[in-house]
Design a protein around this ligand. Structure first.
Ligand SMILES: *[C@@H]1O[C@H](CO)[C@@H](O)[C@H](O)[C@H]1NC(C)=O
Ligand SMILES: *[C@@H]1O[C@H](CO)[C@@H](O)[C@H](O)[C@H]1NC(C)=O
Ligand SMILES: *[C@@H]1O[C@H](CO)[C@@H](O)[C@H](O)[C@H]1NC(C)=O
Ligand SMILES: *[C@@H]1O[C@H](CO)[C@@H](O)[C@H](O)[C@H]1NC(C)=O
Length: 150
């Protein structure tokens, strides 16, 4: 997996014809994403009419490893920014098996929603930004859907 990611990054860099200098900082960013207070998620749902899930804890999980945790703001929006090395801390962990998981129960934002099960979303690659020695790989949430407990 780490190999695959190295390859992925190399390809991105090659595509930009960018000489990666020593000390280049590769940052993984999940751009501002909306968490709905709904079990049918944000996929194809009109965001202006879907209630937000404020103060929800959102984890970025890669394989079984939690690489980052954040909280949505009052509008139900969160974002992550972390060094690629944080994503690659554990062997076998690559960006291809990272998912966003909301660990706060849905019943917190609406008592009629289930107290068990989680909202989860995969991440999709958007683009690469190069800011000096900082290479930013930008992702966004694909859309949250409810996974009932097994
Ligand atoms: C989402 O689910 C609710 C019930 O929880 C239902 O009333 C609503 O119509 C659904 N909306 C969509 C867009 O599927
Ligand atoms: C979303 O809902 C709002 C309010 O009902 C409406 O004004 C808007 O046109 C809708 N947007 C889409 C993309 O359906
Ligand atoms: C939540 O964050 C989004 C994106 O940064 C921002 O547009 C929005 O105004 C924020 N909402 C609140 C209530 O701070
Ligand atoms: C990422 O790495 C840079 C330089 O190595 C460091 O300055 C920065 O604090 C790190 N950021 C995070 C979120 O760990």
């Amino acid at each position: 997996m780490a190999m695959k990611l190295v390859l992925f990054v190399s390809v991105m860099v090659a595509a930009l014809a960018l000489p990666i200098a020593k000390g280049t900082n590769v940052v993984v960013q999940v751009g501002p994403s909306f968490v709905p207070c709904s079990i049918n998620g944000s996929l194809g749902v009109n965001v202006t009419t879907t209630p937000a899930f404020p103060n929800a804890r959102v984890q970025l999980q890669c394989g079984a490893v939690v690489v980052a945790t954040t909280t949505t703001n009052a509008s139900g929006v969160f974002s992550f920014s972390l060094n690629l090395t944080q994503v690659l801390l554990s062997p076998g962990v690559g960006l291809s098996n990272c998912n966003l998981v909301v660990t706060t129960p849905l019943s917190t934002c609406n008592p009629t929603l289930p107290p068990v099960g989680v909202l989860t979303s995969s991440i999709v690659f958007v683009r690469t930004d190069v800011l000096g020695v900082r290479v930013v790989l930008i992702f966004r949430a694909a859309g949250f859907r409810y996974i009932p407990p097994t």
